[in-house]
Each structure stands twice: as C-alpha cells, then as structure tokens.
Design a protein around this ligand. Structure first.
Ligand code: KIV
Ligand code: ZN
Length: 504
C-alpha cells in the first residue's frame, strides 16, 4: 500500500484561527504530542511573521527529532532567510514557500504581472534550496487559479528544486469532483511531476475540507495537510483525525496507509482543545463526546449484542478508554497511577505525587471521581506547570446574594514568595473577584469571552471556566477548574494573566 504523508499544521494554520493563542511552551507541548501521534511533518510556524513564531520554530526544531520540521515563508528573500535560520538546528528541516497564483490575488493583492510572480516563485524556491534540500511550494488560491498557469508554475519550481508541491484550496471554494480533477490535471500536464510529491491543503468554508482532501488522494496526492480538530483560519482546515480514520476504516477503497498511531488521537484532540481554548462540539466526527454514544434503545440493544451493528470504528482505536471506571476516596496511589496510564497519561513520579494529592482533595469533596474528572485534574496540573506562574491563587473569599453587595477578598502569592491581598466590590461575585485581582496584578486588559461549564453531571461536579482577555491586540486564553465555580473563575483569570505577564 502507498503511504500518505501526514503534514500537521495545527501550530501554523491552526494557530491562525481567531481567538487561538498559544505560548511557546504550549506549542512545544503540542509538538511533543504530535510526534507521539506519529505525524510525518510538523509545520511549526511562520518565522518571519513575528519574533514569537520565530522562537517557536527554533525551539521545536531543537527539541523534536523524528518528524520533519517545517517553517512557512512567503516568496520573499527575508522570509526564506528567517525560516532557514529558525530551522537551523532541525534534524529534518523543510522550508515551505508560497505565493498566490490566482488572477484575483495577483491583480488585487500582489499588484504584479503573472510573469513577475512566476519569477518570484522560481527565484525564491532556488534561494530556499540553497539552505535545505526539502522544499515545499504552494501556489496559494490554486483552486481559483488558471490551471495552465499552475502547471507552468509547478514545472518551473520543480526545475529549481521543489520536492513537494502543495495545492491549496485556500478559501474552501472547491467541491470534491472538481478538486480531484485539478489534481489529475497536474499529474497529466506537468512534465517533470514525477520528481515531486503532490500535497493538498483544504479549507473548510463549505464543510468540504476532508472530502476534497480525499478526492485528491484518490487522484494521486500523497501528502495531506491537516490540523487536529480541524482548527484553522476561518472555518478551519481538514481535520487530521477524520482523514486518518477514514483512510483506515475504508482502506478497502483507498488502499493507502499512514504512519499515525491512532491510539493517540483522542489525547491529542483533548490537548489541542484545552490549550487553544476551543471546545470540541459533541457531534464532531471521531473525537466528539457523542461520537461513540448510543442513545436510541434499538441501537443500544444492537451494540450490546455485537458492537459492529452500529459502530464502524472501535473506540479503542482512537485511544478512548474502554470502560468508564469510577474512583473514590478509598482508591490508592497505585490504582490512580494505573488509571492515568489507561487514560493515556504517563507522568513522571514527581508529577504523580502532585496529581495524587489533587485527586485525594477532589475525592474528599466528590463521592465519585470519573475519568473526565481525572482528565480535568491532569489539565489543571499542566496549566500550572506549563507556564511560569507570576501570581498564584492562595485564598479567596466571596460574599454575595440578592440583597448584599457582592464582595471578594483575594490573596495571591507572587513568584518570589511575597503574599499580597486586596478586596473589591462588584456587580456580582465574579466581577468582584476579577476587580480584586486587577487591583493586585494591575495589568490593563479587556475580558472578551467568559464561559462556564460543568465537566460531569451531578451537583458536586467540577466546573470549568474558559476566558479570553485581550491586551495590546493580543488574545490570551485562560482556563480553570474546581468544584467551586468562583475558585475556577479566579484560576482561569490568573491563568490568562500569567500568560500575559510572561509574554511581556
Ligand atoms: O490556505 C493556504 O493557502 C495556506 C498556504 C500558506 C499554504 O495556508
Ligand atoms: Zn491554509
């Protein structure tokens, strides 16, 4: 069977999603998980776009050894030089050069002639090839471009050393049959095409990113660009987990394989959702909360008799734990560690100590601790270890009610151990808490999003708060979880503020 190369662009196109913001440690954490997942290529960022992106590509290049690490660059000399510099320490570096190929982009955005753009593509691929051997080239907005012009451009860049030719449906305009024909046309009309691999990069504006990618595979494409949970610019990119599971489940039709370790899909999806602050919709294919839940009595009856009556994939293949074990106060350290490992987490012993003490604290408040609670504990623990905590919540006390004036008193511990405390009045308890924290931290910002949800059912459930704050045009996402919703609000706000403080 032929292999389809999985090119993950969660850290580049995924991070372009409005409201997504990852700091450098979070990017590295995701890159490590992508390596575990077995992706072939990680597009770690766009080095010339910002110092933060440059540093992230540099760090991922140094730390991640197995996949190819790719940096994006416009067909501009400075972009190529920056990408090469950021990728200097990568074991397998790739520079991804792109330039628009559609008349609409060339005339109205680049304001150049088609000949000039062709020359830019040729010269910049040549320049990139002077730095590394692995060069990807993308004619942006390919699906709305004149195919003859694309053929000409692809032939020219292969001649100067491009090794992967990526065909983007940049604005998600194509439909599968049409996109498949575009790929077939490239194979037929580009004379030196056998020297390169064809890749595709589809956006989801009309909900067809995955379908278009599959049509391309059926027509010979052997690299797919995709993101975890389909995150990305506007309506997002093709979802990695969907493409991989379709190729696996319907291998009878596609006859291709991937290197993906599918059992890491569920954990990767949760990590990206958590760190980007984008919840996964319950009915999302493959990784949604309802994807393997059967509600109708007839379906439940069938699944109990033989799971394949209504299940086309075994949930274990994507790493979903088979049973939902409930733990409690009497569960010991060993059982807790076992459950963590069954859920796909293998923390170091020192981390287990911390996690186990949080588990015990939770089990004291909550009769039954479920897998979702444990996942939330792990996420909460990651939040406090992944970023330097300039401010840590020490104590919080709130008074509120329909007749009283909502009041909050908050005590924080600074990184150097200094204890600071203040109090404030607010329109409600959360407002009072945020005002108290503002008096202590004193970093101007605007709260742009605030969501509270319960992780499990039951009155004693853990509440999870997701917030976004904005400062100087940059968004910072914060999350916090606790059985006390006001404490969760304070944790989420401090999580976002700590990111803001460490970025400045
Ligand atoms: O959507 C697009 O065209 C892109 C390119 C940079 C490949 O993201
Ligand atoms: Zn894109």
């Amino acid at each position: 069977m032929d292999k389809v190369v999985i090119f993950d662009t969660t850290l580049r196109d995924g991070e372009q999603a409005a409201g997504a913001s990852l700091n450098i440690n979070e990017k590295l954490e995701i890159a490590r998980q992508l390596e575990k997942l077995g992706v072939d290529v990680i597009e770690a960022g766009f080095p010339a776009s910002s110092p933060g992106d440059f540093e992230a590509v540099q760090l991922v290049s140094r730390e991640i050894r197995n996949p190819v690490i790719c940096g994006l660059a416009r067909a501009i000399a400075n972009d190529i030089d920056k990408a090469a510099e950021a990728l200097k320490d990568a074991r397998h570096p790739r520079i991804h050069v792109f330039v628009s190929s559609s008349d609409i982009h060339i005339m109205h955005q680049l304001k150049k002639s088609k000949e000039e753009v062709l020359e830019m593509a040729r010269n910049m691929v040549k320049r990139a090839r002077g730095y590394v051997e692995d060069i990807e080239f993308s004619p942006m907005d390919a699906s709305r471009s004149d195919p003859q012009y694309i053929y000409q451009m692809l032939e020219a860049v292969i001649d100067v050393g491009a090794t992967t030719l990526n065909i983007p449906d940049t604005v998600g305009y194509s439909i599968p049959d049409e996109f498949g024909r575009l790929i077939a046309g490239i194979f037929k009309n580009v004379p030196n095409i056998n020297k390169a691999k064809i890749s595709v990069h589809c956006h989801n504006d009309l909900g067809l990113a995955v379908a278009n990618s599959l049509a391309a595979i059926q027509n010979g494409a052997r690299q797919v660009e995709c993101t975890i949970n389909g995150v990305g610019e506007r309506a997002g990119n093709a979802a990695l987990e969907e493409i991989v599971m379709i190729l696996k489940t319907r291998s009878d039709l596609f006859n291709v394989t991937t290197n993906i370790n599918t059992e890491q899909i569920y954990n990767t999806s949760r990590m990206v959702s958590e760190l980007m602050g984008f919840p996964v919709q319950p009915n999302k294919a493959v990784v949604g909360g309802n994807a393997f839940r059967h509600q109708s009595g007839i379906h439940q009856d069938g699944v109990m008799k033989l799971s394949s009556t209504y299940e086309i994939m075994d949930p274990k293949t994507i790493g979903l734990p088979g049973s939902c074990l409930v733990m409690g106060k009497s569960s010991g350290r060993h059982a807790f560690k076992e459950r963590l490992s069954e859920l796909g987490y293998n923390p170091a012993d020192t981390d287990i100590d911390r996690l186990f003490s949080s588990f015990k604290e939770l089990a004291d408040k909550k009769k039954e601790v479920t897998d979702r609670d444990i996942e939330s504990l792990v996420a909460e623990d990651k939040r406090i270890t992944i970023i330097a905590e300039a401010y840590k919540l020490d104590r919080i006390q709130v008074t509120c009610g329909d007749k009283g004036v909502p009041t909050a008193a908050v005590r924080l511990i600074k990184e150097d151990g200094t204890v600071i405390a203040d109090a404030a009045l607010g329109t409600g308890p959360v407002d009072a808490v945020y005002k108290s924290i503002n008096r202590l931290v004193n970093v101007p910002n605007k709260l742009t999003e605030f969501t509270v949800k319960s992780i499990t059912e039951g009155i004693d459930a853990i509440g999870e708060v997701l917030i976004r704050i904005e400062s100087n045009g940059v968004t910072y996402t914060g999350r916090g979880a606790d059985t006390d919703i006001i404490v969760a609000c304070a944790k989420a706000y401090l999580n976002a503020l700590n990111k803001l403080v460490s970025a400045n």
